[in-house]
Design a protein around this ligand. Structure first.
Ligand code: SF4
Ligand code: SF4
Length: 373
C-alpha cells in the first residue's frame, strides 16, 4: 500500500491555482460535508505509531506530503530514522531540498518536484524566483549523489501551452527531465469555472497539444530508442498494451491513502477533514484491511471508464463543477486516450522490431502521478 504522510498543512508558497483559488473560494463552504477545519498544522501523533502501522505491510510506501513537507525537516529525519518502508518518496515544491542532508535525500526512491515548465510560466504560477531556486536545488541534489527518479510535476491551466512546456522540460539543457507528469487544475474548486476560460483553452489549446505530445513521444522512441516517462501517456499506453481494466489510477481510496496530521486515514490528501471519509486511525487500523472506496456515477456509466478509471475520487464525490463543466474535463480524457490509441500501432511496431521493450512501459504505479490529468 501507498500512504501520503501529510506532515504539515502549511506551505511556503502562494501559488495561483492553490492559495489564489482558495482565496476566491473562501465564501463557499462544504455544506454537504462535515469537515474538520481545525486539524493540527503539523503531524502531532507519535511516529512510533506510524512505524508500527507501516510494519504491518511489507510493501508499504511512504510519501512525504503537505502543505510543503520540507517545512518539517526534523520530522522527516525522525521518521526516516525509525521506519523502514519499502520506499520513501516525497512530493515537494523543491525550495528547501538543499536543507535536507544527502544521507536522507539519497534514500528517496522518487522525488516529485513541482515545476510548471519554463522559468516564465513557473514563476507566473508559483511566484518570482521560484524556478531559479528549484533548478539550483535539483542540480545540487544530483551533485550530492541522488540517483532515484526526479519527476517534474506540473499543474496546468489556461496559461499553459502543454506541448511547449512538456517538451521544454525534456529538452532544456540545464536540467533535462525524462519523467514528467501533469495535472489539470479542473474540478477542484467550487466557483472557478465561471470566471475561467477552461472550455475554450481545453478545446483550442490543450487537446491539440496532447495529440502533438503523443506523436512527439513516439517519434522520440523511434529516434532515440528511449521511452520517456510522460506519465499520462505512459500510464494509458501501459494499460492498453496489457489490456488492463484500470481502477482509479492515482490509487486514491483503494491502494493509495493519506495520513492526516492528526493520524486519521483518508482516501487521499485532498480529502482532508472530510469526516465521512475517515477510514480509521494509525493507532488501531491495519494497512491491509482498510475500507476501499471507489468512484460512483457518472464515471461508472461512462464509456471510457475502463481506461480512465475515474480520474479523481475527490472531484467525483464533491462534484464541485457542474455536470456540464466536468464534461469538458472528460472530453480531455477521451482525447488523451484516443491520442495514445492512435499511436499504438507505431508503438507495437517498435516493440515488434526490437526497438522498444514491453517493460519500457512499466513503472511504479501509484507513485503520486495520477496518470489521468
Ligand atoms: S472520462 Fe470522466 S466520466 Fe468518464 S470515467 Fe473519466 S472522469 Fe469519469
Ligand atoms: S486525483 Fe483526486 S482522488 Fe486522486 S489523489 Fe488527486 S485529488 Fe485525490
Amino acid at each position: 500500500m501507498f500512504f501520503h504522510v501529510v506532515l504539515t498543512t502549511e506551505c511556503n508558497l502562494q501559488c495561483r491555482y492553490c492559495f489564489g483559488e482558495s482565496l476566491e473560494d473562501f465564501a463557499e463552504d462544504f455544506a454537504d460535508f462535515d469537515v474538520d477545519y481545525a486539524l493540527p498544522k503539523k503531524a502531532d501523533y507519535e511516529f512510533a505509531l506510524l512505524d508500527k502501522f507501516c510494519r504491518e505491510d511489507p510493501d508499504c510506501v511512504l510519501t512525504f506530503y503537505g502543505g510543503e513537507p520540507l517545512l518539517c525537516i526534523n520530522e522527516i529525519k525522525q521518521i526516516m530514522s525509525m521506519t523502514e518502508p519499502r520506499h520513501f518518496m516525497i512530493q515537494t515544491n523543491g525550495l528547501f531540498l538543499d536543507k535536507l542532508e544527502p544521507e536522507y535525500v539519497n534514500r528517496f526512491h522518487t522525488i516529485l518536484v513541482s515545476l510548471d515548465g519554463d522559468e516564465e510560466l513557473t514563476d507566473y504560477y508559483r511566484g518570482k524566483g521560484t524556478f531559479r531556486k528549484v533548478m539550483d536545488n535539483l542540480k545540487l541534489t544530483m551533485r550530492n549523489g541522488f540517483r532515484g527518479e526526479f519527476i517534474a510535476r506540473m499543474t496546468v491551466m489556461e496559461q499553459t501551452d502543454i506541448y511547449k512546456q512538456v517538451t521544454w522540460l525534456i529538452n532544456n539543457a540545464e536540467f533535462p527531465f525524462s519523467s514528467v507528469h501533469w495535472q489539470l487544475n479542473a474540478g477542484f474548486w467550487a466557483n472557478d469555472y465561471a470566471r475561467r476560460g477552461f472550455k475554450r483553452w481545453s478545446t483550442e489549446s490543450y487537446v491539440s497539444g496532447v495529440w502533438r505530445l503523443a506523436r512527439f513521444w513516439v517519434d522520440y522512441m523511434e529516434a532515440k530508442r528511449s521511452v520517456l516517462r510522460l506519465y499520462p501517456l505512459l500510464g494509458v499506453a501501459n494499460s492498453l498494451l496489457s489490456n488492463e481494466k484500470a481502477k482509479l489510477r492515482c490509487g486514491g481510496g483503494w491502494i493509495n491513502y493519506a495520513i492526516q496530521t492528526d493520524g486519521y486515514i483518508i482516501p487521499c490528501p485532498t480529502m482532508w477533514g472530510m469526516k465521512k471519509y475517515y477510514l480509521g486511525h494509525i493507532s488501531n487500523a491495519h494497512p491491509l484491511k482498510l475500507k476501499k472506496i471507489f468512484v460512483d456515477a457518472p464515471c461508472t456509466e461512462c464509456d471510457v471508464f475502463n481506461v480512465c478509471g475515474g480520474r479523481c475520487l475527490y472531484a467525483n464525490v464533491t462534484k464541485r463543477w457542474s455536470a456540464d463543466a466536468y464534461a469538458e474535463v472528460c472530453n480531455t480524457v477521451r482525447e488523451l486516450v484516443n491520442a495514445v490509441k492512435t499511436e499504438l500501432p507505431r508503438i507495437n511496431k517498435l516493440i515488434g522490431d526490437g526497438k522498444a521493450r514491453l517493460n519500457d512501459f512499466d513503472f511504479l504505479k501509484y507513485n503520486g502521478c495520477e496518470i489521468i490529468p
